[in-house]
Design a protein around this ligand. Structure first.
Ligand code: URA
Length: 478
């Protein structure tokens, strides 16, 4: 019986090569044994055959390729043989993947779904701890035990999200390391290799406790979304039993409270107190401090109705910073700037301008979503000058930490935040305006303005100018 020895548990390339060779020789699935090198299985079997010379080429549907890429990450020992069985059967039953009642198809789809879920959980539940490297550089380490072998697959998600951070995610299967330039994958590690506490943990716990709304508590849904197996690596998990225990009493007392407007004196005192906390007015030195600190911001009232603060993102060494107005509905939910419709238009324009988004720092003048309810919708409301001024503290910190050569203000609110005075966009486009410390400012339209233009010709003209402005700013940034 041919024995296929794969190089690792996630050796997709090895599996593909061997499966092609076996299928070209029409080797039946039940005549093949799949094993991972060093596992000790059937050491006395025949070696796997080479591809048959002159065998006709064959192709497989893309759905199968995508399915196989996921199924291989499942922990079941059966996954390699299951996939080969499907591949072999596909040559006889080309419609096989559409037969949802077929036990092999069902099982493969079930495996793929579990892998997708494990990847989703990893994106949600990885918690980094800060460590100081030997060279004094801050880096972040997380320990995570995914239900399936998804660490390498999910790593690019964290790279996109934390492009400017040095980080490592350690798992029992593989460890991924990012140093802001290259992603390296090394063999798995042990929980003891990861740190368990850092100074950001208290901020995170305060934030988690502050966003926990007892009136919205659904224990079943919460347990489903955050299964217990992940709790031991989640700092906030230790708060959960107590928060759940207090939920009923807190909800009853919230309902019993008469609705009243706090007096202006109380609001001002609270704002003054929180304006200085938690940093006592000192400038911040890392983007992580901005990210965590902004969640605690009480410098104006916008935090009250927003899901979370949305700080900027992008590489620390970005030469170009884009400043929008404020997060929209989608950004408020996702916690990332420019991911909704305006973000899609921005991405398209950046691509046409030849300015790769992953090399830019993208942020907003105001970090919380200002909106008013309209039925089930949350309609955007333009932030006022007081809110823009209050939030400038965060933008100024981002500017100082990233030190871009060029800052592009997208629209009037961003221009007000960047230049600290109102600027007429139409008259100032395509000019390098001086800012402090040799930084140049550029103003252009906001992508939402383009989306709102009712006349398609006017929209196309304004869009072309927008692309031109981004191109100008990108070349100015060198
Ligand atoms: N509009 C903005 O100004 N910023 C975003 O992040 C999204 C929409």
């Amino acid at each position: 019986m041919p024995v296929v020895r794969l190089a690792s548990e996630t050796d997709v390339t090895g599996w593909r090569q061997a499966a092609r060779a076996l299928r070209s020789r029409d080797v039946a699935p039940e005549e093949t044994l799949w094993t991972v090198d060093g596992s000790g299985a059937d050491l006395f079997g025949e070696a796997a055959p080479a591809p048959a010379a002159g065998a006709p080429a064959f192709t497989v549907p893309k759905t199968f390729v995508d399915l196989a890429d996921r199924v291989i990450l499942h922990r079941s020992d059966e996954r390699f043989s299951l996939l080969y069985r499907l591949l072999w059967r596909l040559s006889r039953e080309p419609n096989l993947l559409h037969i949802h009642s077929d036990p092999d198809v069902q099982k493969a789809r079930h495996f793929a779904k579990s892998v997708g879920l494990a990847a989703h959980k990893m994106k949600a539940f990885v918690r980094f701890r800060m460590v100081a490297g030997p060279d004094g550089l801050e880096s972040y380490v997380a320990w995570f035990e995914p239900a399936h072998r998804v660490a390498e697959k999910v790593a690019p998600f964290f790279v996109r999200r934390f492009a400017s951070m040095h980080f490592s995610i350690l798992t029992p299967d593989a460890c991924v390391h990012w140093d802001t330039k290259a992603l390296v994958v090394l063999p798995g590690a042990d929980a003891a290799d990861a740190p368990t506490e850092d100074r950001l943990e208290d901020y995170w716990l305060t934030y988690y406790a502050s966003i926990f709304n007892p009136a919205r508590l659904k224990v079943g849904a919460m347990r489903k979304e955050m299964p217990k197996r992940y709790w031991r690596n989640l700092p906030e998990a230790r708060l959960i039993p107590e928060l759940i225990a207090q939920a009923e009493a807190r909800t009853t007392s919230m309902v019993a409270q008469p609705h009243s407007e706090p007096s202006r004196r109380v609001v001002r005192a609270a704002q003054r107190a929180s304006r200085d906390a938690p940093y006592d007015g000192q400038a911040l030195s890392t983007l992580e401090e901005v990210r965590v600190g902004a969640q605690l911001c009480r410098r104006c009232d916008l935090y009250c109705d927003a899901t979370q603060a949305v700080p900027g993102e992008g590489p620390l060494q970005a030469r170009l910073m884009l400043v929008g107005e404020q997060p929209g509905d989608r950004e408020d939910l996702a916690g990332r700037p420019f991911v909704g419709p305006a973000g899609q238009m921005l991405d398209q324009a950046l691509a046409e301008a030849g300015a790769p988004r992953d090399q830019l720092f993208v942020t907003n003048a105001v970090k919380h979503f200002k909106h008013e309810p309209r039925g089930k919708l949350r309609l955007h409301k333009t932030p006022n000058t007081g809110e823009v001024t209050a939030c400038r503290w965060w933008l100024d910190n981002e500017r100082r930490i990233v030190r871009p050569r060029v800052i592009v203000a997208l629209g009037a609110t961003a221009a007000l935040a960047v230049f600290a005075k109102p600027i007429a966009i139409g008259e100032t486009r395509q000019r390098a305006l001086p800012l402090a410390d040799q930084v140049k400012g550029v103003v252009t339209y906001h992508p939402s303005y383009l989306l709102r233009l009712p006349d398609p010709d006017a929209q196309a003209r304004a869009y072309a100018m927008f692309v031109q402005d981004l191109k100008f700013a990108w070349s100015l940034a060198g």
